[in-house]
Write a protein that binds this ligand. Structure first.
Ligand code: KG4
Ligand code: ZN
Length: 339
């Protein structure tokens, strides 16, 4: 279907300056400029560096997205922008740029939730009808199991991490293994060379509710590395990754069973993990649950996801956000669109 609102979405919550353009549920452009290499030597994202990089990259990223989509700013029906959660200085660059554009062009603007946007990438496959689902949202800052009735106004959290997020666990273990930042992709690559059954690392909170805990696993890997200095690092990476993947999928599929929901959306940076993706395909087929997982490039932060959720909000007739709305560093997923 190639109609629906024409939306430009801006994402600057962390270290990616990203702009996406969609028409309805069709992706027209997805341009990303990352400052990740500027942060690498610090072993993590430095907020001030990220904000400055957003400011520098914003005009060219917007222009390239417009060129790719073959549209002009005047054609837009609305503008969407990540308003939180995220690094506040980084968010402010995006929300200021978007609010300036909306004002100059006299277009409606929607401040959107970064977490809900990750899940909304699912809408960009226009061949599939939207339906209620369980969302497994696994990123650098969050690990949650979310019941999705409607992406723009009916989502509720069934469980979340009580300590580290899944992506954070990947990044911390990568540091212990002396791998590059960001750690997720580095562990993913190393793990391919290792034996995932080599070490039986603990599965945190395996049997209880829908909450996650990764701090015990992190301690176990750290102790193992101290006590076994001659270990094969690829085996450690593969076994650690297996423990994370196992606990994420076990809980997400249990949420599907217990709620009677027949589809599982997996989203957020960690959804790019190759083992999580292949194991999700296998386990969902076994459980007769429809797996909805975006292409890996749309799992990590991007502007397409912001445009996607904004498009859904416009199509649902939701009121746009108040001009001058504030960016918030923390914001619950239950609030997908800013008032
Ligand atoms: O969603 P995202 O791009 O940014 C946040 O909103 O946090 O997620 C970034 C996180 C990082 O912790 C990164 O290490 C992790 O996603 N990640 C991965 C992979 N690619 C990115 N984790 C495991 N395997 C990957 N292939
Ligand atoms: Zn994210």
């Amino acid at each position: 279907m190639n109609n629906g609102p024409l939306i430009l979405g801006i994402e600057t919550s962390c270290d990616e300056t990203a702009v996406g353009i969609v028409r309805g549920r069709t992706l027209l452009a997805n341009v990303i400029s990352s400052s990740v290499e500027e942060h690498a030597r610090f072993g993590g994202v430095v907020p001030e560096i990220a904000s400055r990089a957003h400011l520098e990259a914003m005009p060219s990223v917007i222009n390239e997205a417009l060129r790719t989509a073959k549209i002009s700013l005047r054609d837009l029906d609305a503008i969407g922008v990540t308003a939180g959660p995220g690094l506040i200085g980084a968010l402010l660059v995006g929300t200021s740029a978007a609010q300036g554009l909306a004002l100059a062009l006299d277009k409606p603007i929607y401040g959107v939730n970064h977490l809900s946007s990750h899940l909304a990438v699912d809408a960009l496959d226009e061949t599939r009808p939207l339906k209620p689902a369980i969302g497994l949202l696994v990123s650098g800052g969050h690990s949650s199991i979310i019941q999705v009735i409607n992406l723009v106004d009916k989502v509720s959290v069934l469980g979340a991490t009580i300590d580290d997020a899944a992506g954070e666990a990947f990044d911390k273990i990568a540091r212990l293994l002396e791998l590059d930042f960001p750690g997720g992709p580095a562990i993913d690559r190393l793990a391919i060379l290792g034996d995932r059954n080599a070490i039986d690392f603990p599965r945190g909170l395996a049997s209880s509710d829908f909450n996650f805990s990764f701090s015990g696993l992190k301690t176990a890997v750290s102790r193992y590395l101290q006590n076994t200095p001659k270990t094969v690092r690829a085996d450690v990476a593969a076994s650690f990754q297996e423990a994370v993947v196992d606990v994420l999928l076990t809980k997400a599929l249990r949420a599907c069973t217990e709620t009677g929901v027949e589809a599982l959306i997996i989203a957020g940076g960690v959804a790019a993990n190759s083992r999580l993706r292949s194991e999700a395909i296998r386990r969902c087929a076994e459980a007769k649950v429809e797996l909805r997982i975006p292409p890996a490039a749309l799992c990590t932060d991007n502007g397409a996801m912001v445009a996607a959720i904004t498009s859904l909000a416009v199509s649902a007739g939701m009121t746009s956000s108040r001009p001058g709305f504030a960016a918030l560093s923390t914001a619950p997923v239950e609030r997908p669109i800013w008032a």
